[in-house]
Design a binder for this molecule. Sequence first.
Ligand code: P6P
Length: 330
Amino acid sequence: MPHFEEGTTLDRFLLETMRAHPGATGQLVTLLKQVALAGKLVSARVQRAGLAGMLGAVGGMNIQGEFVQKLDLYANETFKRALEHAGVLCMIVSEEDDGIIQIPPQFEVGEYVFSMDPLDGSSNIDTNASIGTIFAVHRRFSTGRDGVAADVLRRGRELICAGYVIYGAGSMMVLSTGEGVHGFTLDPSVGEFFLSHRDIRLAPDTRAYSCNEAYSAQWDPRLQAWIASLKDPSLGWSARYIGSLVGDFHRNLVKGGVFLYPPTAKAKRGKLRMLYEAQPLAFLAEAAGGAASDGVMPILDKLPTELHERTPLFIGNRDAVARIVEVLGS
Ligand code: P6P
């Protein structure tokens, strides 16, 4: 792993990481540079969302005469447009599209499969809470022009790369290709992502949990009892919950903590999606020294069978996740 000092641009990081892998073709670098471009475009639009809201309800025209698209649709289109022509993908899966998105015939296809939630947490837009784009990259194994479902219905442990772009007080791109997790902060004045968080490690100890406690009466009683036990003042735990997965995960990644979205009466298999939420974040969590489970097995060992499959999710500090699995197995 090359040494990178603070201030390294994302492009330099990608190029030097590629050079460290002799077999690299450059397709993954191209892919991640296009993800960064789309992230910058979405970041700029998210920062102005309030203005658009002031200047006309979604779907209206704003003062620049721009059609005010729903931000999640804008994000979906922006990432697809940035990626489909680059000759690096054979298919895309998006939270916003029911089926597989094939690469238009006028473009070359490539080696990779891209899954994304283009704008997770978008219901928080009008509260200025952090939202984000989550993505996961598999290498295809089908041989036709178009990718097939089997190229993406695979264990998260086979992922080549995963990451997210968080649009918060600042915008950051956080990614891993399996060798550590690195954060790049966007400097909007120059339009570059700069390495700001090299080799992020999930804190080995934690006293912070993150869940929607309004649903606690619907959880497994053993989990209810465990969460209740954390409220002993002598233990010093605190609760933090934004209701935006990227925001809650990012806080736990950089400050330590454990996030829980157990099954509920309304979401019997959990609410969060395997392909473009649980798997990519589990890939990052494990690369940062943390863990992710569905309460029984590691998320990265689960084999999804449907594109938009949901799962319970317990993710973050390794010891806390292990304790949850132990409690649910007791
Ligand atoms: P609840 C946002 O709608 C989202 O999909 C995730 O970003 C977030 O973690 C979860 O739902 C919040 O769900 O039921 O607590 O509102």
